[in-house]
Design a protein around this ligand. Structure first.
Ligand code: NIG
Ligand code: FE
Length: 406
């Protein structure tokens, strides 16, 4: 019995915790069989001579190998763009004021409702391709720009189709509770009732969502409304996550954690109580420095508090047309370090090990035998270089589910 491929001469940043920084293994070897990692460790421990172990032996050139990158929070399926709002913000309007005036998320809802599934896929592919250039092998994609059953379903179907068109694993989240749609202006409770009675059960019945997300904020939904949505999600057997404490402290993170959420995301205004509740529940803190940067926020998420309490930290692009038109996860690594003072090692764990956890995926995020063979070989000598440079993509080879990505 031989492996399909054996890579030699690697500096393997396994991202396994508790050992060397980055879980680094010098002069490492990686065996791949089918879509799994068959073996990884120091070359000297290989169970035989390379040629006898695998059909194909490849040279890693001494470069750094990491787990495939995981972007665990994106809204990359949408129509139109919001460059005009970018201009308005530069002229002094705030994100919140634009949203209250019917722009913001609702402006993208209007543009997204106009597109059929093919057009949505076509509009979204360049954004996905940009993420893949940076070594992304798993991407989460949310709905939330339909806010009515048909368009929400279409967004989720488009997201799934993207995963069939490109070598990447797409995980979908239903974000029907992203904003109150114009048809329900002033009647948010009635919209939440529709979400629970009709939209979410339909999404679940069609198997279109891997999780349920919401936006808990003054301009979106209250904790009580989110709690009703989460109760329905639980009844349907779907995990939950929440946009929480982005612009103000609504107590959303604690609510999410009490509901056993996989993650709470943004968290600029996270309180001590919110963080402690997350720590207790094992809820991942997904930080989104792209939105912090684009909206020129002043209050950074409480990273020291998260560290002190042992809350796992993930980083994601939040790729969306309003608050984070960012399609580069490597740039996000840099922003996580520069804006939030994460270490390059924490940043890399945020797009590998902890991002996998934020998606509830136990089969990836670190390099270990038996896990999915998702990995990236980078033309760098040390993993800190990935967070350090901006705009330079040193990606050499991406391996996704055991296959080399062309
Ligand atoms: O994660 N915070 C809410 N949702 C998105 C922004 C969506 C938009 O502005 O279109 C976010 O930042
Ligand atoms: Fe978001």
């Amino acid at each position: 019995m031989a492996w399909d491929a054996l890579w030699l001469n690697l500096s393997a940043a396994t991202m396994l915790p508790g050992g060397a920084p980055y879980g680094l293994v010098a002069d490492a070897a990686l065996g791949i069989e089918g879509d799994r990692i068959a073996w990884i460790g120091p070359r000297r421990d290989l169970p035989g001579p390379p040629q006898a172990l695998a059909h194909r032996v490849q040279d890693g050139g001494g470069f750094v190998l990491t787990p495939g990158l995981i972007d665990c929070h994106t809204h990359l399926v949408y129509g139109g763009n919001r460059a005009r709002e970018f201009e308005m913000r530069l002229e002094g309007a705030s994100y919140e004021a634009i949203a209250r005036a019917g722009g913001g998320i609702l402006s993208t809802v209007r543009a997204t409702r106009e597109l059929d599934e093919d057009a949505l896929v076509a509009a979204s592919l360049p954004r996905l391709d940009a993420l893949l250039r940076d070594g992304v092998t798993t991407v989460e994609i949310k709905s939330g720009y339909g806010l009515e059953t048909a368009t929400e379903l279409r967004q989720l179907r488009a997201a799934r189709r993207l995963g069939a068109l490109r070598p990447v694993d797409v995980r979908t989240s239903f974000l029907g509770a992203h904003a109150v749609p114009p048809e329900f202006a002033g009647r948010p409770d009635e919209y939440v009732a529709l979400l629970c009675a009709e939209m979410l059960p339909r999404v679940a019945a069609e198997g279109l969502a891997d999780a349920v997300d919401g936006f808990c904020e003054r301009i979106a939904f209250t904790p009580a409304q989110i709690a009703r949505l989460f109760a329905t999600a639980r009844r349907l057997g779907l995990p939950v996550k929440l946009h929480a404490e982005q612009l103000s402290d609504q107590g959303g993170a604690a609510l999410a954690a009490e509901c056993g959420a996989l993650s709470a995301d943004h968290l600029e205004y996270l309180s001590e109580h919110g963080a402690a509740t997350m720590a207790h529940a094992g809820t991942v803190a997904v930080l989104l420095p792209g939105a912090f940067y684009v909206l020129r926020e002043r209050q950074a998420p409480p990273v020291d508090r998260l560290r002190r309490l042992g809350v796992p930290i993930a980083l994601a692009s939040d790729c969306n047309p309003g608050s984070s038109p960012v399609c580069s996860l490597l740039t996000i690594l840099n922003m996580g370090c520069t804006l939030f003072r994460l270490t390059p090692e924490e940043a890399l764990a945020g797009v590998t090990r902890n991002a996998a956890r934020a998606l509830g995926l136990a089969d990836r995020g670190v390099l270990a035998a038996g896990l999915r063979a998702d990995a990236v070989l980078w033309r760098v000598a040390h993993p800190a270089e990935l967070a350090y440079a901006i705009g330079l993509c040193p990606r050499g080879v991406t391996i996704c589910a055991g296959g080399i990505v062309p």
